[in-house]
Design a protein around this ligand. Structure first.
Ligand code: ZN
Ligand code: ZN
Length: 337
C-alpha cells in the first residue's frame, strides 16, 4: 500500500510502498477513502512539541473508510461498516478519566499518527473500541475533517458552556475555525470571527458569523471590546501572541479556551489581578471523545454543519503542508484515495 511517511523530523514526507498491516486482536483494518491534514500532523513531522513521536511513522488522524478485516475478538459484523479513526487511538478503559467520559485525558492513551501509525496511507489498523461509525448521511470526504477539526471545535464550545446570546470570538478561521463558527451558532451564540486572511473571513461571514475582524488591519481587542467583550474566546491559531489578544478581548466572567498548540511549549502571560477580579477562566480543551464525535456526525447528517474542504492526492502531501503553513488553505485539505 502507498503511505506518506515521516522518516526524519523536518524532512519532507516520503511516499513509500509498505505492506498492508494485519489487524492485531481487538483491531480493525480500515481501507482509507479520505484522510484530512491537520496542523498536528505538521507538528508531528517537525517534532515541534515536548513529547515527540518516533520516526519512521505515518501521520494522519482523520482517516475514514470501510472496515475490511477484523482481528481476533472483534465481531465480524464490523466488516463493511464505515468508520472514522480519530486522534485518540486507544485508552486504558479503566482509569478515572476513561470511566468518567474523559478518555481524552487518559494517561495511557495512544495517539493515531503520532505514537502509532496513522491514516496517510491506503490502509490503517485501529483499535475497534476507538473508531466511530460514520452515518450514511455523511460522506467520507466530509467525515474526515469532522473527525478532528469538527470534534475538537465542538468540544471547545461544549467545555466553555456557551449559552444562547453569549458572544464567542473565534481566533483563526481555517480547517478548525470554520467549524467553530458553526458550533457556536448552533448553541445560539453571537459569533466574532478573527483572522488575517480576507478569504477566510469571507467564509466565516457566509457561515453566519455576526462580526468579522481582520486582525492585520484592525485591533481585534478594540473591535470586540467595542461590542462589550467576548464571553468566550476560542484560540485556534498557532501563534502565542493571538492567545494574549484573545485573553484581552474577554469581558468579565469570560472564558479563554486554548485549543491550538504553538510550537516550543509557548506560554501566555495571565495577569493575576485581572483574572481574579474579572472572574476569568482559562481552559485547555483537547480533541473530543467518541461520544462527542458521534454527536458531530449526527449534527452533520442532519444538515446543521457545512464542511469547507479541498481534496488532494497523497503524493502531494509536502505541497499540502506548505499550503497549510502559508495560510493559503481556505478550509481543510483532505487526501482522497
Ligand atoms: Zn487534528
Ligand atoms: Zn484511561
Amino acid at each position: 500500500m502507498k503511505a506518506a511517511v515521516v522518516t526524519d523530523f523536518g524532512k519532507p514526507l516520503e511516499i513509500l510502498e509498505l505492506p498492508v498491516p494485519a489487524p492485531d486482536p481487538g483491531q480493525v483494518l480500515v481501507r482509507i477513502e479520505a484522510s484530512g491534514l491537520c496542523h498536528t500532523d505538521i507538528h508531528a513531522a517537525h517534532g515541534d512539541w515536548p513529547v515527540r513521536p518516533q520516526p519512521p511513522f505515518t501521520p494522519g488522524h482523520e482517516g475514514v473508510g470501510p472496515v475490511e478485516r477484523v482481528g481476533a475478538g472483534v465481531p465480524e459484523s464490523m466488516v463493511g461498516k464505515r468508520v472514522a479513526i480519530p486522534w485518540l487511538g486507544s485508552s486504558c478503559g479503566h482509569c478515572r478519566y476513561c470511566v468518567s467520559g474523559w478518555e481524552t485525558l487518559c494517561l495511557s492513551q495512544v495517539n493515531t499518527g503520532y505514537s502509532v501509525d496513522g491514516c496517510f496511507a491506503e490502509y490503517a489498523v485501529a483499535d475497534a473500541r476507538a473508531v466511530v461509525g460514520v452515518p450514511d448521511g455523511v460522506t467520507s470526504l466530509d467525515a474526515a475533517p469532522l473527525t478532528c477539526a469538527g470534534v475538537t471545535t465542538y468540544k471547545a464550545i461544549k467545555v466553555a458552556r456557551v449559552v444562547p446570546a453569549e458572544r464567542v470570538a473565534v481566533f483563526g478561521i481555517g480547517g478548525l475555525g470554520h467549524l467553530a463558527v458553526q458550533y457556536a451558532r448552533i448553541v445560539g451564540a453571537f459569533v466574532t470571527a478573527v483572522d488575517i486572511e480576507p478569504d477566510k473571513l469571507g467564509i466565516a461571514h457566509q457561515l453566519g458569523a455576526d462580526q468579522i475582524v481582520n486582525a492585520r488591519t484592525h485591533d481585534p481587542v478594540a473591535e470586540i471590546q467595542a461590542l462589550g467583550g467576548a464571553d468566550v474566546a476560542v484560540v485556534l491559531a498557532t501563534n502565542a501572541q493571538v492567545f494574549e489578544q484573545a485573553y484581552r478581548s474577554l469581558r468579565r466572567g469570560g472564558r479563554l479556551v486554548c485549543v491550538a498548540m504553538p510550537a516550543d511549549d509557548a506560554v501566555i502571560p495571565v495577569p493575576i489581578f485581572e483574572t481574579v477580579v474579572g472572574g476569568i477562566s482559562v481552559i485547555g480543551s483537547i480533541v473530543g471523545t467518541r461520544q462527542d464525535l458521534a454527536e458531530v456526525f449526527a449534527l452533520h447528517a442532519a444538515g446543521r454543519t457545512r464542511i469547507i474542504a479541498e481534496t488532494r492526492r497523497l503524493d502531494d502531501v509536502n505541497e499540502c503542508i506548505d499550503e497549510v503553513l502559508g495560510g493559503r488553505a481556505e478550509g481543510r485539505l483532505v487526501f482522497e484515495f
